[in-house]
Design a protein around this ligand. Structure first.
Ligand code: ZN
Ligand code: ZN
Length: 282
């Protein structure tokens, strides 16, 4: 690890919601850089509760966040995270948490990123009036372990109370918000900010593990960090009928964050199972 280019180097983590405890440990183990946190209100780049519409895809937002902290602290190395939580883009009717983590290195002009997608995210919402019984909902939403947001029942989502982790405070928030809600109804929903959502915290730890691992690996050609899987070689032959499936994943392609050098990686499969064959199992 002392031979790693980032060993003992300062890296700024731009984060509003105390993500350092989730991200730093993985880097301490496999990279050895000194991550410090710059608490910064990055709401101008878009927030979770929807007060401000997000301007960019999450990865772009994370890069912007990292650069914000880098320019404010004069640090050439920066890290930032951004998550998308909601209906999964691929699997219908399921919610997922897609966590992005980026590492920006302005000295070497590279950006190294990882993404972790998880269906393990506590995400519930209900619309209530102050007299309604919330017990069932609170159990489902894992309250107060997972914190809640209360907001007026209207589309613009402004005027919300966040980070609620106590029954008394929740009742007061519901009554207060009901008074300013046009129809007297309030929306109670999971607070998905990292500080409020333990299930999300686990997913951020996972993406940090992936990114620290990728950064710990140096390119065999140019020796810069960020060596890892960049794609897959495809094409497998069915073990039963011998027909070829061009889209089936065969082997990892390893690549660099900077140069064009690639190498074949781990073999995922050497033959196509008949269960995945279009001829044997149409
Ligand atoms: Zn077949
Ligand atoms: Zn390289």
């Amino acid at each position: 690890m002392p031979s790693h280019p980032y060993f003992k180097k300062e890296v700024v983590l731009t984060s509003k919601h105390k993500k350092i405890d989730l991200i730093k440990p993985a880097f301490d183990i496999s990279v050895g850089c000194n991550i410090f946190e710059l608490p910064l209100d990055t709401d101008q780049l878009g927030t979770f509760s929807g007060d401000i519409a997000r301007l960019d895809p999450p990865l772009e937002t994370a890069i912007k966040k990292a650069r914000l902290g880098m320019s404010l602290t004069g640090t050439p190395l920066g890290i930032a995270s951004e998550g998308s939580i909601g209906p999964d883009p691929i699997v219908p009717f399921l919610h997922s948490d897609i966590e992005h983590l980026v590492f920006v290195d302005d000295e070497n002009e590279i950006i190294i990123s990882e993404t972790f997608r998880s269906f393990d995210i506590t995400l519930f919402t209900t619309t209530v009036s102050p007299k309604d019984d919330l017990n069932q909902f609170l159990q489902k939403a894992d309250f107060p372990n997972h914190k809640l947001i209360v907001r007026p029942n209207r589309s613009d989502k402004s005027g919300s109370i966040k980070g609620i982790d106590d029954q008394q405070y929740l009742s007061e928030a519901i009554e207060k918000i009901a008074e300013i809600s046009p129809d007297g109804l309030v929306v109670v929903e999971s607070d998905l900010r990292a500080i409020s959502s333990p299930s999300r915290q686990k997913n951020i730890e996972q993406v940090a593990n992936l990114l620290a691992l990728r950064i710990s690996q140096l390119c065999p050609e140019c020796k810069l960090p960020g060596w890892g899987c960049v794609g897959y070689e495809k094409g497998l032959t069915c073990s039963e009928c011998g027909s070829e499936n061009q889209l089936a994943i065969r082997q990892e392609i390893l690549g660099c964050a900077k140069c064009e050098f690639t190498k074949s990686g781990k073999v995922i499969a050497s033959v196509l199972s008949p269960a995945n064959c279009d001829i044997c199992n149409p």
